[in-house]
Ligand binder design. Structure first.
Ligand SMILES: Cc1ncc(COP(=O)(O)O)c(C=O)c1O
Length: 385
């Protein structure tokens, strides 16, 4: 099988990184569930020595996601946090990082409670405001770490402009692209140096695997990440690599539906009298809708709605039937969650207020079910509010 060059996005998702299995012709990359590889003779092997260092199923996934993101190489880790951990090893004592203010709580916890112990420092700024980013840069800043859209308020950062600022100051632009998925947004096209994902979300897409990936563009970063992946050993196992590889084949199909359902649900909720505010970049009421149109393909499946009070949110969340009350996102099932008491419970209440994460805020990860069934469920739950 020969991938056309250049191949289009959907074709890349299905084929990149994979060849039919050379021993059998199996079209799907097997799960190489092995810890070691037999060598032909002393000093003579097939490029595989030990499975922490190399695994063909993981290598296929890494090649696949690197191609999907338009990067040079990918590295798959045991979780999204392990991927961010690998990015953290690119820093050393004394280094400073500028981070999107409302970054994923686990990322904040890792930076704030782990990396600061090794004399690294972090400034959390609204990266939608590039003057604020520029003002936060110091002579020791090495990285600009951006999440766009942010969770759960869906604030955007202009990726092209962020890359210009980062590169003007000699920084790496790192983008956590988990929330959007590479179908919706490809940060490397806008100048990002490194892109990471929790593959747990849209890339795997079926809520049945935890994993992470870093895609790199620069040869020095690739060399380091390859070294660190083996040195730290937080690798993605072969079965999970296989699951994610299966997931990426349908990424465009799923994302089209996530996009369509997200947009339709946002419109439906915005028009509903019981909903105070809806946060979704696809709505013309979103303050950065024009930027969203420029840098996103569709607007994704994530949205948030404000019901005005904790009691209203509680009544709504306790009334849903088809949609599931659960953390996480990006799976085929519609999930709803309550950021103030779930994903953002560790963020102090005053800080939550500044970020707009009120007690009445509900986050929705729009799944790919039939739209009217999701709508009916949300409507009957809103009737209880
Ligand atoms: C935006 C974002 N980044 C990183 C992570 C961490 O990924 P994982 O849970 O796979 O470690 C998450 C998890 O929810 C996330 O939402």
């Amino acid at each position: 099988m020969k991938l056309p060059s250049p191949a289009r996005f959907g074709t890349v998702c299905i084929h990149a990184g994979q060849e039919p299995d050379p021993s059998t012709g199996a079209i799907i990359t097997p799960i190489y569930q092995t810890s070691t590889y037999v060598q032909d003779a002393l000093g003579s092997h097939k490029g595989y020595e030990y499975a922490r260092t190399q695994n063909p199923t993981r290598a296929a996934l890494e090649g696949n996601i690197a191609a999907i993101e338009g990067g040079k190489a990918g590295f798959a880790f045991a979780s999204g946090m392990a991927a961010i951990g690998a990015i953290g090893t690119m820093l050393k004592a004394g280094d400073h990082v500028v981070v999107s203010k409302n970054t994923y709580g686990g990322t904040f916890r890792f930076f704030d409670k782990v990396l600061t112990r090794s004399a690294m420092s972090f400034s959390y700024v609204d990266t939608a405001d590039l003057e604020a980013v520029e003002a936060a840069i110091t002579p020791t800043t090495r990285m600009l770490f951006v999440e766009t859209p942010t969770n759960p308020i869906m604030r955007l950062t202009d990726l092209g402009a962020a890359a210009t600022v980062a590169h003007r100051h000699g920084l790496r632009l790192v983008v956590d692209n988990t929330f959007a998925s590479p179908y919706v947004q490809q940060p490397i096209r806008f100048g990002a140096d490194l892109v990471m994902h929790s593959t747990t979300k849209y890339l795997n897409g079926h809520s049945d695997s935890v994993g992470g990936v870093v895609v790199a563009t620069r040869d020095d970063d690739i060399e380091w990440l390859k070294f660190v992946q083996n040195a730290e050993g937080a690798i993605l196992g072969p079965f999970d690599a296989w699951l994610v590889l299966r997931g990426t084949k349908t990424l465009p199909l799923r994302m089209e539906r996530h996009n369509a359902n997200g947009l339709a649900l946002a419109g439906f909720l915005e028009a509903h009298p019981k909903v105070a505010t809806v946060y979704y970049p696809g709505l013309t009421s979103h303050p950065q809708h024009e930027l969203a149109k420029r840098q996103m393909r569709g607007f994704g499946g994530m949205l948030a709605l404000d019901l005005g009070s904790l009691e209203a949110a509680r009544r709504f969340l306790n009334a849903i039937r088809l949609c599931a009350l659960a953390e996480s996102l990006g799976g085929v099932e519609t999930l709803v969650s309550h950021p103030a008491t779930m994903t953002h419970a560790s963020v102090p209440a005053e800080q939550r207020a500044v970020l707009g994460i009120t007690d009445g805020l509900v986050r929705v990860s729009a799944g790919v079910e039939d739209l009217d069934d999701i709508k009916d469920d949300l409507a009957q739950a809103l009737d209880r509010v």
